[in-house]
Design a protein around this ligand. Sequence first.
Ligand code: 6CS
Length: 385
Amino acid sequence: MIIFNKKYLLMFISILTLSFLLVACGGGDSEEGTGGTEEDTGTEDTGSDNTEGESSGEAASGDFEEAEWGFVTEELDGEVQYEYAEEFANRISEKTGGAITVTPYEYGALGSEVDQAQLLQQGGMQLAIMSPGFTGGQVPDGQIFSLHYFFPADPAQTQEVLTNSEALNTDLRAKYEEHSITPLAYWTEGATAWTSNVGIETPSDFEGLNVRVQESPLMRESFGAYGATVQSITWGELYTALDRETVDAQENPIFFINSASFHEVQDTLTISNHNNYVAMTTVNTEWYNGLPDNEKQLIDETVAEMQDWIFEEQERQNEEGLEAIKADTENPTEIIELTEEQIQAFREVAEPVHEQFRNGELTEGVDPAIYDKLKEEIAEITGAE
Ligand code: 6CS
């Protein structure tokens, strides 16, 4: 059972009741999903091979059949993922003259992040924002986002890689599609920071700490390299786990540390620049492939337009989140910003993990070609050797 802090408990109960009603009406049938007319639930394959976003930038055209699409997120109303789903819903409604309604769902309404991923995979939900960490066991290559000091430290450069990378948008996408997940876009929710009670400044500060991670087996190795142990739990249990000290540390973008109040139960926050949190805009593959061309085009162009919008949204929320944490004098949090020298010490421990991951030494089924191509694409953007 998911345990929330008091702030979320009432909201959770009401959402839970509502969502079980909705899922009972629309979910559970892998062909039909939560909504949509017969015409747009995958019965009509137009033969269009529109899987690589060729349509972005062009206006969607044609009349739209009435339909309702469900869009589940891993966050609450007001947080970055939910704001994305709401903005996407507004744009779809506007472009289709109200014919297509997109219904966003908050985290918790439909279970844990892992449950939500399964719901999308089974066709019980048409769209989902997914953090790759929760399907790390199924799609080993998707764990690449958990490597420390692999992507550029600068969120803007990371967003550029995420938006334009062929390794991600073609090759990794194909790996997810084997599991009925089509990532239409990857984007960042901002730089990931560490929180703890010890004040993490050197790799050895992690020794003996139990760090909360998502389901990605690689996260064990990334933190294990510093001497930490890890525990996978859903974020809804994390506040209590930190408070009770069954978990000692965690990582998240700053806006989320603030909105989930993790700083209330942690003494320090380390700005480590070890990676940027990545989220994926995903659709159920069979549902998407069965859509008429104009609906696919509508989705593709809207997702493409959203890349800049969501970058600015996360930037605003992360800046405000940091200010809110600093201003929370009832729950003082020491902010530690690592120096270049301190970051170098972490890099020296983290970088050998990159090649071990690439060579399949840490987790089976990794395609080294994706790693190699992505590494080259990153170097082109950062100008590194
Ligand atoms: O830590 C987590 O698991 C959650 N963090 C964010 C920023 N979004 C959703 C995710 O489940």
